[in-house]
Write a protein of this length. Structure first.
Length: 572
């Protein structure tokens, strides 16, 4: 029988027993009540009327009219309340004698007869009360017997359900729970031994099938798991990049030969040991487990390895898994990877030196070209016709662009080598803006672009290199003017937020696609489709200048709605 059917039958039987017990009790109470009401209505009232008539009979001699009225009133009530056998005859005799008494009110023999009749009525009702009391008593005893029998029957059924039903449901659950714990402890030979034709029987059958399959899987895959473990260990050990694995408690789970080589320790000194404890006596280990501010992204480290100073890029990867049968992911440890980037660093240094050398060497001939152009334009050199003037202007424009490019390349090389010097001091943000506006005013007037300044009043001074900061702002304004249409507007906005002053340049140009917003500050990057009139270094240099002053730089833009380039600097 199904467990649900058992529960329905048990609860239904209890419900039916409660209803039967309630009906028997209600019927018994109703019967006793009915007998009691009969005594009160049929007999007790008659006794009351009889007592009133006796009292009125005694008062007939003194106050005849009032006594006769009381007697007649109670006699009429008695006629209505005749309930016992023979009571009607006695009541009729009483009425006849009362009629005679009214005619001869001083006849004592009639009064005596009336008293005898009243006593006879009282006797009949007293006997009836006694009989009905006995009947009510028997009814109560019968009711008690029925209630006791039904209550005992209900108790036996409820007690039987209380003993058997919970055990019938709980015992299979306990056995199944114990078996599941054994399976969780990898005892796949555990089986559940109950075969009732109910839900638990079906569950036991499914559980045993699962346990059997798990046992087969465990036995068949153990060799494979061991082989895969060894292969994974071999793979990690043969990787050239140093790798260290940690659990959630900071214990070292694995470390490859490359990592052991750079930290100068043996495997048995590291595996199973706490990384924090090793960091006390090993400087490199201490630097590897430090949770710095840039832990979420890779960062470079200089480590002495392979007989020379080498550069490694440290990356910490958090390993998370979703346990079987659960939805929430949990962390099971971290893996520290050190990628050797020495070759790339050396190439980068060579590139930087090359750019610096070429830029420096190019500035001299370009400056000479510009000086020669200036000499050509003087009248003392000779008269220049219109075609020659156009050629001179073209050469002057190209040489100016070349000089700007070499200057930017020289700036970026100085930034990369750390040779650039910043003069950070207390600077007036209003002066920085005014200087930048004056520098691009002519360029803006040529395109009939209006330059507006929206600056809050009484802004504090900022900690900045005025020259470099003005250069960044000029670069922003130059780009805004270049990509804005004629007769448009460029706004320079100056605001304060917390302990920072924000410089913004807002244009109404074509804007920047979301795909390129994160790349505009990269070196040599130029937005596809834009005028390629520069090197793509201006914004990269701006970023280096602002970040060197502990500021932040960014851009907000929507395609077709213009752009807002901004940077933040701390106040003094």
């Amino acid at each position: 029988m199904k467990t649900k059917t058992k529960l329905n039958l048990g609860v239904g039987l209890l419900f039916m027993m409660i209803i039967i017990l309630s009906l028997v009790s209600a019927y018994s109470v109703f019967s006793i009540k009915k007998d009691t009401e009969n005594i009160l209505k049929a007999n007790y009232n008659t006794l009351e009327y009889s007592r009133n008539m006796l009292s009125a009979l005694d008062g007939i001699s003194t106050d005849e009219d009032k006594a006769i009225a009381v007697f007649e009133s109670n006699l009429k009530k008695q006629f209505v309340n005749i309930t016992e056998v023979g009571e009607d005859k006695v009541t009729s005799n009483l009425s006849a004698n009362f009629v005679l008494l009214k005619k001869n009110r001083n006849d004592n023999s009639i009064k005596a007869q009336i008293r005898q009749d009243i006593f006879e009525i009282m006797k009949l009702n007293m006997n009836a009360i006694r009989q009905k009391s006995d009947l009510a008593k028997r009814t109560a005893e019968t009711a008690n017997l029925w209630i006791a029998c039904v209550g005992t029957f209900c108790f036996l059924i409820a007690f039987n359900l209380l003993i058997n039903l919970p055990n019938n449901i709980a015992n299979p659950i306990k056995e199944l729970t114990a078996s599941i714990k054994e399976i969780a402890n990898r005892n796949y030979s555990e089986r559940v031994h109950f075969y009732n034709h109910n839900e638990f029987g079906d569950l036991a059958k499914s559980f045993n099938t699962m346990a059997q399959k798990l046992e087969e899987y465990s036995n068949s895959s153990l060799h494979k798991l061991t082989f895969e473990k060894k292969r994974l260990e071999t793979l990690i050990n043969n990787m050239h990049d140093p790798i260290i694995g940690l659990d959630t408690e900071g214990m070292i789970l694995f470390v490859n030969d490359s990592a052991l080589k750079i930290i100068g320790m043996k495997q048995e000194e590291v595996i199973g040991k706490s990384a924090s404890a090793l960091a006390i006596k090993n400087d490199l280990m201490r630097s590897l487990i430090i949770n710095d501010l840039e832990s979420e992204k890779p960062h470079s480290m200089k480590i002495y390895a392979d007989g020379k100073e080498s550069y490694f890029e440290k990356e910490t990867i958090s390993i998370t898994v979703t346990p079987t049968g659960e939805d929430k992911m949990i962390s099971i440890g971290d893996v520290i990877i050190l990628r050797n980037i020495t070759l790339f660093k050396e190439l980068d240094f060579a590139k930087t030196n090359f750019i610096a050398t070429v830029s420096h060497e190019l500035k001299t001939p370009i400056s000479s070209i510009k000086m020669s152009l200036q000499l050509l334009e003087k009248e003392a050199t000779g008269k220049i016709n219109e075609e020659q003037q156009q050629l001179i202007d073209s050469i002057k424009e190209d040489s100016g662009r070349l000089l700007k490019i070499t200057g930017e390349l020289l700036e970026i090389s100085q930034l990369e080598t750390g040779n650039i010097q910043l003069n950070i001091e207390k600077s007036d943000p209003y002066e920085i803006i005014n200087y930048a506006i004056e520098a691009v005013k002519v360029q803006a007037e040529q395109k009939q672009i209006k330059l507006d300044i929206e600056a809050e009043n009484n802004l504090p001074d900022v900690k900045a290199d005025s020259e470099k900061t003005s250069w960044v702002l000029i670069n922003f304004l130059t780009n805004a003017i270049r990509y804005s249409s004629e007769n448009s507007e460029v706004v320079v906005k100056l605001t304060q937020e917390n302990n920072q002053v924000i410089f913004k340049v807002i244009d109404t140009g074509k804007g920047i696609d979301n795909r390129y917003k994160t790349k505009v500050f990269d070196k040599y990057f130029q937005i596809p489709g834009s005028h390629k009139s520069g090197t793509g270094l201006g914004l990269a240099i701006s970023k280096e200048f602002i970040e060197a002053q502990n500021g932040t730089i960014g851009v907000e833009s929507e395609l077709g709605l213009g752009s807002t380039f901004y940077f933040r600097l701390g106040v003094v």
